[in-house]
Design a protein around this ligand. Structure first.
Ligand code: SF4
Length: 318
């Protein structure tokens, strides 16, 4: 099932409801257990919640039992769960949808058609706001070719074979015609394309890619996940390129897990930069170490407990 009531507070995207949907899944070839798969990309993946969840088989029901490493790729089959994506299209109440939050949709192990199928469903689900997030933005740039639109059209055609009601057929045909007439889902007003930048190293690695994307599609809506924050970042290279930053410090998944202690100043200067740049800032959480120091519960995700300067939870305009 897609998760209609996610605990990821920013996933509402400014609406009343926030959801996650994970149609890209993995199956352990040996045990048949179903879960998720990803490959750690950089230091920001160190405490990956999804890897731990998957390895420990959450409530004994979901998870391949394998951690997220390149060596484990040969032990899983990547599979597509149609109903998880189709459900999102079926929800009538406008909802913020964070797609593929348990993996990286832009990972090289994900078959291209699965990405296009996911985008095809997001194209159909016009009533919602959609967020995508990756640590591999080069793929975003690569997808800007014409092949991207054709890939979405091909998957809309495949979806049309599965949904036979007149209403759904009409919506699919309408979406195909829109794309053929020039509509580019990549730049749809209700789609937000995110990249995780948790450290200056990520900024140095990704800034030119993000500029190139923006240059090719000036109307694309880009945002940054500064979570987990692993150091101060100079955001000026992204002035005029991104329109939203979500910030937060690391939360502990295991006892004795080493965490990066985030400085409040990293976040207040990020929030200040967003103000100067005229873009939205959303502070998600202060993190476990801050919570322990200030004797508050969990990962300190309740704004009532924070310094006033960080009580900022803005969304970009839609
Ligand atoms: S990219 Fe995301 S899901 Fe994949 S290992 Fe890193 S933190 Fe986990």
């Amino acid at each position: 099932m897609a998760n209609r009531h996610t605990g990821i507070s920013w996933a509402t995207l400014g609406l009343q409801e926030g959801a996650t949907a994970n149609p890209i899944r993995a199956v352990n070839k040996e045990t048949g257990d179903e879960g998720h798969f990803c490959i750690r990309k950089n230091g920001r993946c160190r405490q990956c919640y999804s890897s731990r969840f998957n390895e420990q088989r959450f409530r004994g029901t979901l998870g391949t039992g394998l951690g997220f490493s390149a060596q484990n790729l040969k032990k899983v089959d990547i599979i597509w769960k149609e109903k998880h994506a189709a459900q999102v299209w079926g929800w009538t109440k406008p909802t913020g949808v964070f797609w593929a939050d348990m993996t990286d949709y832009a990972g090289e192990w994900v078959p291209a058609w699965m990405r296009y199928r996911m985008f095809a469903y997001a194209t159909l689900a016009k009533q919602h706001r959609h967020a995508f997030l990756t640590k591999r933005p080069q793929l975003l740039l690569d997808m800007l070719s014409d092949g991207y639109r054709q890939g979405v059209i091909d998957e809309l055609l495949n979806i049309s074979a599965l949904h036979k009601t007149a209403r759904k057929q009409n919506e699919i045909i309408g979406a195909i015609h829109d794309i053929q007439d020039g509509f580019d889902p990549f730049t749809a007003n209700n789609w937000l394309w995110g990249v995780t930048i948790g450290h200056q190293d990520d900024m140095d690695q990704f800034k030119m890619i993000l500029h190139d994307i923006k240059q090719q599609r000036p109307n694309i809506r880009l945002w940054v996940s500064y979570e987990p924050a692993h150091g101060p970042v100079n955001w000026w290279p992204l002035y005029g390129v991104v329109e939203w930053i979500v910030g937060g410090a690391e939360s502990r998944q295991e006892p004795d897990q080493p965490l990066v202690e985030a400085d409040e100043e990293w976040f207040s200067s990020t929030a200040g930069w967003c103000r100067h740049a005229g873009i939205a800032y959303y502070h998600k959480q202060m993190g476990t170490l801050w919570a322990e120091k200030h004797h508050v519960a969990g990962k300190a995700d309740n704004p009532a407990e924070w310094p006033e300067a960080l009580c900022v939870r803005e969304f970009p305009e839609f």
